[in-house]
Design a binder for this molecule. Sequence first.
Ligand code: ADP
Length: 266
Amino acid sequence: GNLDVNVPVQSKDEYGKVIRTFNDMTLRLREAEDARRHLVADVAHELRTPLSIIQLKLENAQQSSQTASPEMLLRLHDEVIRLSLLVDDLHVLSLAEAGRLSLDFKPLDLTAKLEQIVDDVKMEAEENGLEIQLSSGTGPVTVIADARRIAQVFINLLTNAIRYTPPGGRISVVVEDKVAERDQTYACVSIIDTGVGIPEEELPRLFDRFYRVEKARSRHTGGTGLGLTIAHQLMKAHGGFIRVASRLDQGSAFTVYLPVQSLDDK
Ligand code: ADP
């Protein structure tokens, strides 16, 4: 449809108000339409590379009379896995961006959840020569959240910490109760690594979809470039947010803020 409608406003009365509202809505529709067009273009671009690799490998196999080698099948399988991870991520992201993600809000003990998640990733961290450690106060830190979605946020951040920290490094997970910020009380979880870090000028775009600090470096690390975008959207859906502090060649700290309801809110 044509969204380039803008009705000139002459009158200052009710009629003028209606026209201004109409113009406002048109603008917002156009912005949504632009965003949608960009997403489709980005997705097409991201799907292109793995699909080209698969296509090329299959064509080569067809042309040579030999049967497919195990290595080639492994490469093909990797690319297919990559494609399906990308599609899964896009699904969550599109639901979140449309505000259609259904969240199952329940009381959740962050400390217990993180103990479990850190346990799950410990082996992968150790295989990469990294030490991982959780520190929290005594007692539970309770928030109202969707346990599965929150776990996804932490897993995305921890996977990045593991990916972008060279062997010999260290990852610390710190849980804090009752951090006051912007007139609200939050429970905070920080994931701190001693990795490659992020240049300051890259920080503002870090949560954009498909954004990677160094395209070549990141591609072979196997991510989809959507992990942080999804983490950001999931936190927003929880009324929370994520902050990042980083220094090149020294490390990064991602802090997740989740609102805690004070007793008088209930
Ligand atoms: P990816 O799938 O590429 O990891 P993300 O959205 O999770 O995508 O992260 C976007 C980019 O931010 C990464 O490609 C990487 O360049 C940078 N990044 C994320 N986390 C870290 C970290 N802990 N240390 C250094 N760089 C990071």
